[in-house]
Design a protein around this ligand. Sequence first.
Ligand code: TRP
Length: 344
Amino acid sequence: MTVTDPAAQKPRVVSGAQPSADSLHLGNYIGAVRNWVQMQDDYETVYFIPDLHAVTVDYRPEELAHRTRVTAAQYIAAGIDPEKSTLFVQSHVPEHAQLAWALNCITGFGEASRMTQFKDKTQRYGNDAATVGLFAYPTLMAADILLYQAGLVPVGEDQRQHLELTRTLAQRFNHRFGETFVVPEGMIVKETAKIYDLQNPTAKMSKSAESPNGLIQLLDDPKVTAKKIKSAVTDAGTEIRFDRENKPGISNLLTIHSTLSGRTIPQLEADYEGRMYGHLKVDLAELVTSFITPLRDRTNELLADPAELDRILAHGAKRAREIASVTFKDAFEKMGFLPLAGGF
Ligand code: TRP
């Protein structure tokens, strides 16, 4: 029997979140990044910043590089260790766009037209503003995943359909050109990890929120954060009880508390028995600010030395390419392209 590297046998995980804001928000952290940090010990983890995806809708070129660095710095500050995980920027690994092209050529026009996120965004931005890039967003995402032969992809519910398409394309490619890609499984974020808008607690916390007061940005001044929590919308009645239907505001505050304090919802309900909404808000403001403050300080420290941050990302891109280039070469050869003598 050959001796294999035990690290190589861990299932590989791939995920990313777009650099489309000046800061990640608490929903990103609780719904995604926190989970990614935990997965580093049990999986071989590949995390990247999908900047190619960020330009599929209107954006400002002068903001993109900064937002990419901020996102990377926040991942690291939150506990993504660039030695344990392969952490990189999508546009630094050209195989993503190259493989996406190949996948475009085995994706049906009708199939891509059925993607609900594309339909929603087209409606939001108007048909003329929707680009071919936006249309091809899911095939680029499939390339992101398939290049790394990922077994598992942790994503939010809104990405479920894109993941299904990824699986379909992997199977189609394998069937047509021969066994090439691992068919990945989705790992959809649980409802309990969903954080809602503080001002509108039936809507998911999102950077496109109507009011900035509903959004806890991880780079906000902690005083601002405390204020936002204290002015969160609450519900009729006085009882502190988890009830998504009838008490969406209080349920959201309890969820945030539970994810940061580690106390279960029933424990919290018992803790707050007979106490008022205000008590919960005061405690939660304290809990969130003491969580956010070191994270913000570490992020700012990393951003203060952009050259070092860029070196970390270059190191990540190099590691990523070692995996991606092998898959890419195999896929293109199977498709029948003439290999470049001497390699790319
Ligand atoms: N589309 C994902 C989102 O908006 C981001 C993304 C791009 C992604 N490529 C990916 C997530 C590959 C997981 C794997 O959330």
